[in-house]
Design a protein. Structure first.
Length: 259
């Protein structure tokens, strides 16, 4: 039975629901948006580091202006946090590949690296400054230390997306359903294979969004498949879990055949 809800198709990364090869390539629109977000993030990070340099410069001026140093620390923190949020959002549009571990780490965790660069030098200068007494070092050191911790925690991506992850999720949906089309809601935490799934056909929502797995990532950062839909697809299509071939295994088989 089809859903009675309004279904809104979401265009974006790989928005066509047709069956495709087990690979992920961001659309030009998504790649362009990701580049734009990264440029803004870098600009904000540079401004944050500039605020830190300004705070360090004030440590050499006597009398020390505690207020202005604290203000600059706050500016630094705001710029670094917003930059990190935008950077992580860009990675959901255009993720890195895990094949290059260093590149994947740097792209996924650049927010941590930037946070350290934007605050650690100031911590060192405060603790070694001869123009600050013990009380001033304690106050400023505590503030910048807390700012560093906050920036690192927000800059860290504890579940970074990857090209391989997107490809695998799309491949799984195609195996279960026959095409790369899923459904989700504005407040949902999982995507669904069927628009009439009982979990999204309720009084809690009037609108259902449709698109690919990658579009679900892009729109709502949804990464998990509804287990009810998964079990339904396996039952209705008579699928055998033993027949499922993950993208990585398929890729290895192709490499072996071409060697």
């Amino acid at each position: 039975m089809a859903t009675t809800k309004t279904v809104t198709r979401v265009s974006g990364t790989g928005s066509a629901p047709e069956k495709s090869t087990p690979a992920f390539v961001p659309t030009p629109e998504s790649k362009g948006k990701a580049t734009q977000l990264r440029i803004i993030a870098v600009i904000l990070w540079v401004l944050g580091i500039a605020a830190q340099i300004g705070a360090i410069a004030l440590l050499f001026k006597v009398p020390i202006s505690m207020l202005w140093i604290i203000i600059l620390i706050a500016v630094d923190l705001v710029c670094v946090i917003i930059g990190s949020i935008l950077w992580k959002k860009s990675n959901r549009l255009d993720p890195a590949s895990k094949k290059d571990k260093l590149k994947f780490f740097m792209q996924s965790q650049l927010g941590i690296v930037t946070a350290i660069i934007a605050f650690l030098p100031l911590v060192i200068f405060i603790l070694t400054s001869k123009n600050l007494d013990g009380k001033q070092k304690g106050i400023l050191g505590g503030i910048v230390g807390a700012a560093l911790l906050i920036a690192v925690l927000i800059g860290a991506d504890f579940n970074p997306p990857s090209v391989e992850e997107y490809a695998e999720q799309g491949n799984r949906v195609e195996w279960l359903k026959g095409n790369n089309e899923v459904f989700w809601t504005k407040s949902g935490k999982v995507y669904h294979l069927y628009d009439d799934c009982s979990h999204i056909n309720s009084n809690r929502t009037d609108e259902i969004f449709a698109g690919t797995v990658a579009a679900a990532h892009e729109d709502k950062k949804i990464t998990n498949l509804c287990k009810t839909c998964e079990n339904r697809a396996i039952k209705e299509r008579g699928l055998n879990e033993a027949d499922y071939v993950p993208v990585e295994a398929a890729g290895q088989a192709v490499e072996e055949l071409t060697d």
